[in-house]
Design a protein around this ligand. Structure first.
Ligand SMILES: Nc1ncnc2c1ncn2[C@@H]1O[C@H](COP(=O)(O)OP(=O)(O)OP(=O)(O)O)[C@@H](O)[C@H]1O
Ligand SMILES: [Mg+2]
Length: 339
């Protein structure tokens, strides 16, 4: 068995607020193998960004987040560290180096007063200890790598002079400049139109094939996951409700929420052999507030398959075969079958 690049176990993140404790992420566990992509999928507010920001230790200090669990990361040199408890200095050294992150909106990460070349060069200078001209030359190579035309000229432009797609490429260049072993991409293409979105996802896959980096890919769109992930973690109201390799997940979704998400997809990414829905389906109702979660399964109020027992206790996440897990009392676990 290969060792995972990242193994997250029992991750919980709570925020104390005036209205009480907000449990944004509860007991989340998953792994990412070297060179592979794990996607976290879930609708708005399910805890995807809080998960990624907790792992990167980028939650604002003012949020006074209470974090539990572990996130074992294996560095390129083979050293194992826990990202949640690592001291600040080595964590800063990992971030922007072996660990990189790209966000949905590039303007939140790009500095408007520096040229794109200066920004990439500065990051490279810090982490790779290159002098100014070597760093700028490296920055140009990075822009070439992410297929930005006329890179030598773009190097001297400011972020506002670029289109949304070009800015996202610059963000990826910035993330790739220090050759990360793990890239966390939080909705990297949501703000872009569909054609540009596809180009960026293909670019990320090419870079992954060339560098062997692992990717944690965060999205609310199960459709893009079909072609760009190896493993899928479906989150609902802060918890993992299902995790599986991508093919079996699409072929036979176990959790009613995953089934609902799949039914929402317009035909193309639908599992082969399954009838396409005539009309686009939408899951009724909305996610419960993380301040007042229901006592039972969080999806129960919206679930067409619910039985009275679903409302009584949060179901455990159980293995349903050797590579899959689901959190639904109606889904038989392999353990229960064996018993
Ligand atoms: N600092 C904070 N204090 C209190 N609650 C917070 C804080 N940050 C996030 N939350 C809450 O945590 C929950 C999960 O938020 P998160 O941003 O992770 O969702 P998401 O899955 O990334 O959604 P989206 O698809 O909209 O990006 C939300 O209910 C959000 O309001
Ligand atoms: Mg988010």
């Amino acid at each position: 068995m290969t060792t995972n690049r990242l193994t997250v176990s029992g991750l919980s993140t709570c925020f104390p607020t005036e209205d009480g404790l907000v449990r944004s992420v509860a007991d989340v566990s998953f792994g990412i193998a070297p060179g592979k992509t794990t996607a976290i999928v879930g609708e708005s507010g399910s805890g995807k960004s809080v998960t990624s920001l907790t792992l990167m230790r980028l939650l604002p200090k003012t949020a006074r987040a209470q974090v539990e669990g572990s996130a074992r990361f294996v560095t390129r040199a083979g050293t194992e560290v826990d990202l949640l408890t690592l001291a600040d200095a080595p964590m800063r050294a990992l971030r922007g180096n072996e660990l990189a992150m790209i966000f949905q909106e590039p303007m939140t990460s790009l500095n408007p007063v520096f040229t794109v070349g200066e920004q990439i060069a500065e990051s490279v200078r810090l982490h790779k200890r290159l002098d100014r001209s070597a760093a700028l030359a490296h920055a140009k190579r990075m822009l070439d790598l992410v297929e930005i035309p006329a890179a030598a000229q773009r190097l001297h432009e400011y972020p506002h002079q670029l289109s949304g797609g070009m800015r996202q490429r610059v963000m990826i260049a910035l993330a790739m400049a220090c050759d990360p072993t793990l890239l966390i991409a939080d909705e990297p293409t949501t703000a872009l139109d569909v054609t540009i979105q596809a180009q960026i996802l293909v670019l990320m896959r090419r870079l992954q094939a060339e560098t062997g980096m692992s990717i944690l890919f965060i999205t609310h769109n199960l459709g893009v996951v079909a072609h760009h992930a190896d493993d899928v973690v479906v989150m609902y109201a802060g918890r993992v409700v299902e995790s599986a390799p991508v093919r079996p997940l699409f072929a036979s979704p176990a959790h009613p929420y995953t089934q609902g998400l799949l039914a929402c997809l317009p035909g193309k990414a639908h599992a082969a052999g399954q009838p396409r829905p005539k009309h686009l389906f939408a899951i009724r109702g909305q996610v419960s507030s993380p301040l007042a979660p229901p006592p039972g399964c969080a999806f129960e109020p919206r679930c067409d398959q619910a039985i009275p027992a679903c409302a009584q206790a949060v179901p455990p996440l159980v293995p349903t075969d050797e590579s899959r897990q689901a959190r639904c009392i109606r889904v038989p676990s392999v353990e229960r079958n064996a018993a």
